[in-house]
Write a protein that binds this ligand. Structure first.
Ligand code: HEC
Length: 144
């Protein structure tokens, strides 16, 4: 059984120790974790232009990115790896609204510079570290 004094020291010692651990972890997240995960050294003017176009044209009205947005059209966090540059270029410059599986995308009249910006944004997004998001789908094995 702890005496009153020992209990006080135990309480204060524990509080201070875990407060220091919490502060240390927060500083580590801000100084090391977030810059590494967000790949922020690669955010250049082109990426910023792409992000502005992303917001202005309401891409999230149909798509999700980092899981945020609407569920009408495909998740785009890893689209750069999944589809590659040529495919995305074709989507963004399609003369008709892109879509041959039933659902259609809006037709945009992006300039070359704007397409390059959106491409840079999607490429940067592709390299962010989201701790495994989006997960690989666990599809059942095909029937033999
Ligand atoms: C009106 C809804 C809508 C809006 C708004 C929209 N899209 Fe799409 N997008 C779609 C649909 C639907 C598809 C899938 C069409 C298909 O594959 O048949 C698609 C496909 C794509 C693809 C290919 C994805 C893949 O995995 O095949 C990319 C890249 C893309 N869109 C980027 C964008 C960008 C960038 C914007 C904003 C500038 C945008 N989209 C706005 C509906 C939309």
């Amino acid at each position: 059984m702890l005496s009153k004094k020992q209990a006080k020291i135990f309480f204060l010692g524990g509080t201070i120790l875990f407060m220091l651990i919490f502060i240390g972890m927060s500083v580590h997240s801000l100084m090391v974790g977030i810059p590494k995960n967000t790949n922020d050294s690669e955010i250049n003017d082109q990426v910023k232009l792409g992000k502005q176009l992303w917001d202005k044209n309401n891409c999230m009205g149909c798509h999700t990115i980092m899981g945020e947005g609407a569920y009408y059209a495909p998740e785009l966090t890893r689209v750069y790896t999944r589809r590659g540059e040529a495919y995305i270029q074709a989507v963004l410059t399609a003369p008709e609204g892109w879509g041959f599986r039933g659902r259609k995308m809006v037709k945009y009249d992006f300039t070359e510079e704007e397409v390059a910006g959106l491409m840079a944004f999607l490429k940067w997004m592709d390299k962010t570290d989201l701790n495994g998001f989006p997960p690989e789908p666990s599809l059942p094995a095909p029937l033999q």
